[in-house]
Design a protein around this ligand. Sequence first.
Ligand code: UGY
Ligand code: MN
Length: 274
Amino acid sequence: MTTTDPYTYWAPTGGHPPQTKLLTDRAIVTEAYTVIPRGVMRDIVTSNLPEWTGTRSWVLSKPVAGGAVTFSQTILEVAPGGGSEKPEPQVEVEGFIFLMAGALEITHEGQAHTLTPGGYGFLPAGSTWSVKSTGAEAARFHWVRKRYQPVAGLDPEAKFGQESDVEPAAMPGTDNRWRTTRPLDPNNLAYDMHVNIVTFEPGAVIPFAETHEMEHGLYVLEGKAVYRLNGDWVEVQEGDFISMRAFCPQACYAGGPGRFRYLLYKDVNRQVEL
Ligand code: UGY
Ligand code: MN
C-alpha cells in the first residue's frame, strides 16, 4: 500500500530562537558526512549573493577539505519581484533548481518556464538564463551547482518539469514502498549529475549500507527517519540536510507515521579523473 496524500515540501523561513532555548541540537560534522538540521537555518547564517536582488541564501554544502567536493547546494529565499538576470557566474557550471514554496519563473534561452512547488529545472553549463520570484510569498528553492565534466559528442539538454508528472521507479523487491523519481533520464550519459526524489513508505528501509563513489547532498522534504551514516545512527526530519563524501556508508529506516522523502544529489556517469 502507498500513501496518497499530496506531496509536501518543507522550507526554512529563518528567524532566531529565544534566549531561553537549550543549545543541544543535532548538527554534526565528521570526515564522512555533515548534518545541518533545520533548527540551525537561521537569519544569522544567511549569505547574500551579488548576482541576485531581494535574496538571501543558506549555503548547505560547498567543497571543503575532507568533505564532498563535486557540488554546492544552496537554499535561496527570493522576495516577490526579486531574482537575477544572470544567476550563474561560472560558464563551466551547470545547475539544478527545485522549488519548495512560492512561484519562480525561469527564462532559459528566451523561453519562460513557471515553477510551482515540486517544480524543477536543469540548466546546462554555459546556457543563458534568468530567474524571477513571481508568487505572492517568497520563492524558496534549492540550487545545486556542479562543474560540468564534458565528454566529446555528449550534450546535456535543459529540462523543466514537475515531480508529480514523473513516474517513480520502484526499487526491486519493495512493492513500490521505496521508490525513486528521476527528473533527468538515467540512461542519458550526457548528464553527469542527477537530482532525484527518493520516497519511502512508513517502515520501508534501505536494506544495506550503500557504500559508493558518488557523493550526496540530501535534503529531507517530508517525514522523519533514522539515517545510518558511516558508523552512526542519526535521527532526521523534514528540513534537515545531510552531505556525504564519496564512500560514506549509508542506509535508513523510515520512521512514519507519514512518508519519508528527500531530494538527493548524486554525481554520475563519468570516468574517475586521476
Ligand atoms: O541512489 C542512491 O545512491 C540512493 N539510493 N542513496 C540514498 O538514498 N542514500
Ligand atoms: Mn546513495
